[in-house]
Ligand binder design. Sequence first.
Ligand code: FAD
Length: 346
Amino acid sequence: MPPMGSPSTRGGPSLSSWGGKNRRHQVVIEDDEKREHKLGCRWLIDATGRNQMLGRKLGLHQRTQLQKNVYWFRLVDFDPAILSHIHAIKKENRSFDSYYCTHHFFGEGSWIWCIPIVSEEHPRMISIGITYRTDLCRREIHTIEQFLYYIATEHPVVVDLVKSGRLDDTNSYRSYTYETRQHYSSDGWFIIGDAGDTVDPLYSHGLALISMQAQQVGEAIRREHKGEPIDEFVTDLDIAFTTMHRLATREITSLYEVMHDPLRCHLRMHLAILLMFRLAVPLIFNEYMWDPIGIKIQSFSEAKRHGSRSRPLEAADRRRRLGTAQPLGRQLSQGAVTVLPELRLL
Ligand SMILES: Cc1cc2nc3c(=O)[nH]c(=O)nc-3n(C[C@H](O)[C@H](O)[C@H](O)COP(=O)(O)OP(=O)(O)OC[C@H]3O[C@@H](n4cnc5c(N)ncnc54)[C@H](O)[C@@H]3O)c2cc1C
C-alpha cells in the first residue's frame, strides 16, 4: 500500500532555540504569505515524515547498511479475474472473497504487493508495488517497463494483470531506509513515525507503530503534568520502542535472503506473524508499551543483551549540534504541545 502521507518537501519550520530540561523550545514557521511566526512550546513532537526535521538538526539519523528500493503504482480498469489464474496451494475459502485480501508475490530478494482499493472515481482500483533489497536483487525498477520486464519470469500472472489495465499513477524511492539513534528525550522533544525511522511495508505495520508512539508520548507528557520525574521513564520508552522497531525491521530485512524459497519464507513469516499477534499486539493492547514496569522489563532485557543501557545523547551535545543560543524561556506561552504537521507549515 502506498505511504499514507503526501510527499514531503524540504524546508519548512526551523528550530531557532532549544529549551533543554524544563524550558521552552522556539520554532519559527512561515505562513502562506511568507510571514514568519515564532512559536514557543514545552513539547516538540516531530512528525514531519521523510523530512526528518529534528533528527537532521540533531544529527541523529543513520542510513541502514542494507538498503531497499521500492516502486509502486495504482492500476485501474483491469481484469480481476486474471488473479484466479494463480496456481495457489490453499484450502477453499468460504468465509470471504480472497480478491479483497492483500496478495503477496515473493521472488529473488524481492516481494510484490497487490492490494485492491477503491476511490470515488474508480470503484475498481489496485495498488501494486515491488520492494527489493539492493544487494540481493541487482535491478533498477523505476518505470512500468522495467517492472514488467523484471517480473516476467517469476510472476507472469502479475504481468497479465497489469497489461489488462491502465496506470493511474506511479512512485518510487531509491535506497530509502534510515533509522534514528534516539526517539524521545525528557528535554521535551519526541520524534515519531517516518521522521524517525522507515518501515518495510511487508506487514503493513507502519501506522500501528506510530499509534503506539502517540500513546507513549502522551503518557510521558501526562506524567510530567502530574509533577512526576520522567527522565528514567522517557529513556525506558525510547529503549522499548527502539527494540520493538528494530526487531521487526531486522527480521523483515533478513527475510529477503529466503524470499525465493517458498518453504523457508512461508515458515519464517508464519513465526513472525505468530510473534506479532501473540506477543507484540497483546503488549500494546494491554498498555505495557507505555507502562513504567512493562517498558522496564524490555529495557532490562536490552541491557542484558548489550551489557549496558543505551545512553541517550548528552544535552550539551544536542545543544551544540543545534547551534542554539539561550532558550527564549517564558516569552511565548501558547499550547503546551506542538505537533508540527498540524501547524500548516511550509
Ligand atoms: C511503499 C510503502 C508502503 C507502505 N504501506 C504501508 C501500509 O500498508 N500500512 C502502514 O501502516 N504503513 C505503510 N507504510 C508506512 C507508512 O506509509 C509510513 O510509516 C507513514 O505514512 C508515516 O507517517 P508519518 O505521519 O510519520 O509521515 P508522513 O505520512 O510522510 O507525514 C508527514 C507529514 O508532514 C508533512 N511535513 C513534512 N515536513 C513538514 C514541514 N516542514 N512543515 C509542515 N509539514 C511538514 C508532510 O507534508 C506530511 O504530510 C508504507 C511505506 C512505504 C514506503
